[in-house]
Design a protein around this ligand. Structure first.
Ligand SMILES: C[S@@+](CC[C@H](N)C(=O)[O-])C[C@H]1O[C@@H](n2cnc3c(N)ncnc32)[C@H](O)[C@@H]1O
Length: 220
């Protein structure tokens, strides 16, 4: 299929999509918001007074929900993306690449020494359609997020991260199980059934921000 035809098909499917229509009706900027909404309704991640870091935030659907459920209730939200994002009241935004040391420094500085209670990552590289390459890029980003948690996530904090099932997925899951007391897999209804995307939810981060082991008896 030519590029033009594929783009037309995508557009047709997009306008028919129930979650896209729901986002238009409700004023959310992305259909992706309904993934976080479903996960949060079940798992209660967006608690009042939490400091939330959001990686890969544009165009801002998740940020809108975070602002409603956390920012408006005494919490703080800091979002970052490679792409610019229209401002959202209650969300501080950093434009840049999460893998860049300067961006990581800026996030650490904004969050302060107590760290974030919740790190959200809906990051996805622009997909090439070459499965092996896309998979490798997604898992590289995911690994980067877990490494960054050592600097930004508070002890006993929570991470919600998007990954694709495929090469390196099992190993990544095991890595998360080593870093968090409890790890669950979530596939919200708004995540297209044909997509390999799933969300991994790690609760009870075992490390301190100084890299120390926080919970006795657990592997360091
Ligand atoms: C699926 S979109 C996020 C949608 C968002 N959750 C929402 O509800 O609007 C993924 C985002 O990840 C961003 N992204 C990918 N790689 C990144 C990186 N290295 N640093 C920062 N953002 C990145 C992309 O620019 C894109 O905007």
């Amino acid at each position: 299929m030519g590029r033009r035809k594929a783009a037309d098909r995508w557009l047709q499917a997009h306008v028919k999509d129930a979650f896209v229509r729901q986002s238009w009706r409700t004023g959310y900027r992305s259909r992706a918001v309904f993934k976080l909404q479903e996960i949060d309704d079940r798992d209660r991640l967006l608690r009042p007074a939490t400091t939330v870091i959001e990686l890969g935030a544009a165009p801002g659907g998740w940020s809108q929900l975070v602002a409603e459920r956390v920012g408006a209730r005494g919490g703080r939200a800091v979002a970052v993306d490679l792409l610019p994002m229209e401002p959202i009241s209650g969300v501080e935004f950093i434009l840049g690449d999460v893998s860049a040391p300067a961006v990581q420094e800026a996030l650490v500085e904004k969050v302060g020494p107590q760290g974030a209670g919740l790190v959200l990552s809906d990051m996805a590289p622009s997909l090439t359609g070459i499965n092996a390459l896309d998979q490798a890029r997604v898992m590289t980003l995911a690994g980067l997020v877990v490494d960054f948690c050592e600097r930004i996530l508070a002890p006993r904090g929570t991470l919600l991260i998007k990954v694709f099932q495929g090469e390196d997925y099992r190993g990544f899951l095991e890595q998360l199980r080593g870093a968090f007391c409890n790890v669950s897999i979530r596939k919200p209804r708004a995540s297209r059934p044909q997509s390999r995307e799933v969300y991994l939810l790690g609760r009870g981060y075992k490390r301190g921000l100084d890299g120390s082991r926080q919970i006795a008896g657990l592997p360091s």
